[in-house]
Design a protein around this ligand. Structure first.
Ligand code: CDP
Length: 226
């Protein structure tokens, strides 16, 4: 298959892992290397959370969150090579990393209706595209059929230090606990996923390991891209 042949195919590279494991950085770098687009699914969950908070919805009330998400309209916009969420016509990107969103995003993400709506939107969006998608359940639940799956990890202390270095005081362990123990699509290592520990590898090293793996799996892409 030559490069032109791949352009109308759906290809999803799934990258999952806990908070501050380095997923976004390596996912964006891998997308650039392959000439793919990048979708941070966590931004969609954060956008729904921000939308609930903007409407004074109690984010601990499952019924209220389900009703709010059912009445909202989620779209996926494109900015250069990155996709981003649009909710009810608003671009919430300036608010997605606020502390109040950090504190409420995991309870909101545990609501089955939220997961159902966002997983469906991501699946529809990926059709006919070549995308690196990162999140918590991408390889296990959203695209279990993709052969290209990675689980990015690092010890909890390393991940907490990274968040502090980014100027954030958030206790990521709380989010990891809720994300790993929820009943619908919890954070888990998808069957067949390649696990990469980012504590001893730099971004280039992680991307190189991923490229080696997907090439060995037979994915064809323009190798002259940097
Ligand atoms: O970047 P960080 O590791 O802090 O997290 P994120 O990717 O922005 O995701 C924020 C939150 O969204 C997670 O803690 C999960 O609660 C939720 N999430 C999810 O449930 N499923 C996904 N596919 C992506 C994110």
């Amino acid at each position: 298959m030559n490069k032109a042949d791949t352009s109308s195919f759906t290809v999803v590279i799934a990258i999952d892992g806990p908070a501050a494991s380095g997923k976004s950085t390596v996912a964006r770098a891998l997308a650039a290397r392959l000439g793919y687009r990048f979708l941070n699914s966590g931004d969609l969950y954060r956008a729904i959370t921000w939308n609930c908070l903007s409407q004074d919805v109690d984010c601990r009330n499952v019924g209220a969150v389900a009703s709010a998400v059912g009445n909202s309209h989620v779209e996926i916009g494109c900015d250069g090579t990155d996709y981003y969420p649009v909710v009810d016509g608003a671009d919430p990107r300036a608010h997605l990393r606020e502390q109040v969103v950090n504190a409420n995003v995991s309870p909101v993400s545990a609501v089955p209706a939220v997961r159902y709506i966002l997983s469906a939107a991501i699946r529809v969006h990926a059709q006919g595209r070549q995308t690196v998608v990162e999140g918590r359940d991408i390889g296990s639940a959203v695209f279990p059929e993709t052969p290209y799956k990675f689980y990015i990890d690092a010890p909890a202390q390393v991940r907490q230090r990274r968040r502090r270095d980014q100027g954030q005081t958030e206790e990521i362990a709380k989010r990891d606990f809720i994300d790993s123990t929820r009943s619908t699509d919890p954070l888990t290592i998808a069957p067949g996923a390649t696990v990469i520990d980012t504590s001893t590898l730099d971004v280039e090293g992680v991307v190189a390991a991923m490229v080696e793996k997907i090439c060995a799996q037979g994915l064809v892409f323009d190798r002259t891209r940097r």
